[in-house]
Design a protein around this ligand. Structure first.
Ligand code: IMP
Ligand code: MG
Length: 182
């Protein structure tokens, strides 16, 4: 069985379990079913945003019944552990997306800066459509005009880790999601 404690500690900060893997997976299945309906009969290019979205994408793919192709792109907003620097660094974009339906798979939309920057970049590849699937959205922190068509959970402004999300590059390996407690 996988390791899913009720609380974890990283750099002397305590995080408490917010959503178990079971709850996350059930919600991801619901999102996948909606995606299956919306893109029925079409092919879908999934663009997984590294690194944080890997576990979300892995679970999502298992439930997709479409003709799916999986791509990756890296996006980093450099900064201290819990702060975004205000600068987004997008990795090499040589994705062939001309005329394709693109679904960006992202872990979390916070200010929206990363998704705003990435969608603008991918639009230059001339896809047919481009949508965002984000496992988490912090509506209170949104500063950019980003609309994610598929959102797993709307959460408060608190920092979360686990299921791919990191605090100072730690905590990504946990199957559950944990919220900063102190
Ligand atoms: P943005 O402010 O929407 O651009 O979010 C930038 C990035 O910060 C996201 O892609 C995440 O990688 C990271 N991030 C934002 N909020 C959290 C959080 O609560 N936990 C872990 N990473 C986060
Ligand atoms: Mg990220």
């Amino acid at each position: 069985m996988y390791y899913e404690p009720d609380s974890i500690e990283i750099n002397n900060r305590k995080f408490e379990k917010l959503y178990s893997f079971e709850i996350l997976q059930a919600r991801v299945e619901e999102l996948a079913k909606k995606i299956n309906r919306d893109y029925a009969g079409q092919t879908l290019e999934i663009v997984v945003v590294l690194t944080g979205a890997m576990p979300f994408a892995t679970e999502l793919m298992k439930f997709l019944t479409l003709d799916v192709r999986v791509r990756t792109i890296s996006a980093k907003s450099y900064g201290a552990a819990m702060e975004s620097s205000g600068k987004v660094n997008i990795g090499r974009n040589d994705l062939k997306l001309l005329g394709e339906n693109v679904l960006i798979v992202e872990d979390i939309v916070d200010s929206g800066r990363t998704m705003h920057t990435l969608t603008a970049k991918l639009r230059r590849n001339n896809p047919k459509s481009i949508e965002i699937a984000a496992l988490f959205l912090k509506p209170k922190k949104l500063e950019f005009p980003v609309v994610a068509k598929y959102v797993g959970f709307e959460i408060g402004p608190e920092f979360v880790v686990g299921f791919g999300l990191d605090y100072d590059e730690q905590g990504r390996q946990y199957p559950a999601i944990y919220c900063l407690a102190d």
